[in-house]
Design a protein around this ligand. Structure first.
Ligand code: NAP
Length: 440
């Protein structure tokens, strides 16, 4: 029997995810070796403070602050430090020294992915990042490999657990955004500074990655339109609920045909709060869970659901990538795993085509509905649902009506022009909300 080869694995970072990866590498060494076809020897763990207490008890001699030396002597490098530097430099060093790299660093990939992918291609090594999108959920490999014989037309993802938790709290308890955020922070779902999550930046980084793989084109963070959830109010949620919708922060990547319907004009990549019919599969994703819904020409609709974060679930995705990279080293073969032959342009948000929900506070006068309907028609935006609720309970206020409109699909530009024109009508007290709708 031939002796099994040993591959040296350098781990950069030993925080939430890194500590669990180290634990599994040590505890499940035999199983991982049988799957990989090589022993995966944890050769060291680079951290800032080797003496810090860890979630997992690990041999002290593994810890080092010399990440550079560790990386140069490894066959496989797992980067779980986060941030841009020194992660970027260490990944490039690893690649140039011929190591395959596994990372969960969506911020780095969204900012400088193309450089890293090109360097990995040049060096013939694998750069894998399943953990960077939707934590434990195997989503990148299915898109890249299982669906490579199909044409993806649309991807809708709940890819940020913090915002899904907040919106779900608002939906189930009627809480305001600030109270739901405070609850998310108390339970550890949101960070002390929640900006990256609630303003949609984390989801935007993931949207760029999903769009790149789905449409075989490299999209960067600046290609992604991004709007967070901090302006979503309890009354938006209540009105949505009343109309049979739920509000979710979605990362969307969809192919749009050119205006004449010939070929593909480009890909719209965007993150924004979105109304979904309550019967849509993504509407059933509660709490901090993630899910990605894919529409493909031949496969039809697919949905992937699971834990989008957490040390142990995310470690599962990291180790899957590690075993796959190790197998490739054992069996040989080129590192290149994805194609960028799509060359489809990213479209500006004005070109996006979707349905909209518009909330209006209007004067309760005869003829109001007809004037509004006419104005929508003049701008080429057709109304699917229009509902009116009359408010007669305020003595101080003249009688007013709340109008809720759901449109058919229209371009963002046409909708924006319509809303501007509506604001100019003397019968309009205010436009209370404009939200995009998917799945109708
Ligand atoms: P974390 O808990 O903050 O851990 C970061 C680790 O990196 C720490 O051990 C830290 O060392 C080390 N580190 C940071 N900067 C360093 C430097 N300059 N030199 C040496 N070591 C350094 O992070 P995490 O939550 O595990 O996340 C790691 C990565 O996975 C991030 O890219 C994140 O976006 C991604 N990710 C995380 C999750 C999740 O659920 N947490 C899910 C998906 C993807 P010390 O301990 O000594 O300070």
């Amino acid at each position: 029997m031939t002796e099994m080869r040993t591959l040296k694995v350098a781990l950069l970072g030993c925080g939430n995810v890194g500590a669990q990866v180290a634990r599994i590498l040590i505890d499940d060494a035999e199983t991982l070796a049988s799957r990989a076809g090589a022993r995966l020897e944890l050769s060291g763990i680079a951290v800032r403070n080797p003496d810090a207490r860890r979630d997992v008890e690990l041999p002290h001699e593994l810890f080092t602050t010399d990440a550079d030396a560790l990386v140069k002597d490894a066959d496989l490098v797992i980067e779980l430090m986060g941030g841009i530097e020194p992660a970027r430099t260490l990944i490039l060093t690893a690649i140039r020294h011929g190591a395959c790299v596994v990372t969960g660093n969506k911020a780095l990939l969204a900012q400088d992915g193309p450089t890293l992918y090109e360097e990995a291609d040049k060096a013939g090594v694998q750069l894998s990042y399943e953990a960077a999108v939707a934590g434990a959920i195997p989503i990148l490999r299915p898109i890249r490999d299982s669906l490579s014989g199909d044409r993806i037309t649309r991807v809708l993802g709940i890819v940020n657990g913090t915002t899904n938790f907040i919106l779900d709290q608002m939906d189930t308890t009627g809480a305001q955004f600030t109270d739901a955020l405070a609850e998310a922070q108390r339970l550890g779902y949101a960070e002390a500074d929640p900006t990256a999550d609630v303003e949609g930046h984390d989801a935007a980084a993931k949207a760029a990655i999903l769009a790149s793989l789905s449409f075989h084109t490299r999209f960067a963070l600046e290609d992604v339109f991004c709007e967070g959830i901090s302006s979503v109010t309890a009354s938006d949620i209540a009105a949505a609920k009343d109309a049979g919708f739920v509000i979710k922060l979605l990362a969307i990547a969809e192919k749009l045909a050119d205006p004449d319907g010939h070929g593909t004009a480009g890909v719209s990549v965007r993150v924004h709060p979105t109304l979904l019919p309550r019967e849509h599969p993504l509407a059933a994703v509660h709490g901090a869970f993630n899910a990605v819904f894919i529409e493909a020409e031949n496969a039809g609709e697919l949905m992937f659901y699971g834990q989008g974060a957490g040390g142990t679930p995310t470690a599962s995705a990291v180790l899957g990538d590690l075993v796959s990279a190790a197998r490739r080293i054992v069996l040989g073969g080129p590192g290149r795993t994805e194609t960028t032959t799509g060359h489809v342009p990213a479209l500006p948000i004005d070109a996006a085509v979707t349905s909209y929900y518009i909330g209006l506070d209007v004067a309760d006068q005869p003829g109001v509905l007809a004037r509004i309907a006419q104005l929508f028609a003049e701008h080429g935006v057709s109304i699917e649902i229009m509902r009116q609720t009359i408010h007669r309970d305020s003595a101080a206020k003249a009688e007013s009506a709340e109008l809720r409109i759901v449109t058919h699909r229209a371009s963002e530009a046409a909708l924006a022009a319509t809303v501007e024109a509506v604001k100019g009508l003397d019968i309009i007290n205010s436009v209370t909300s404009v939200l995009r709708v998917e799945g109708v």
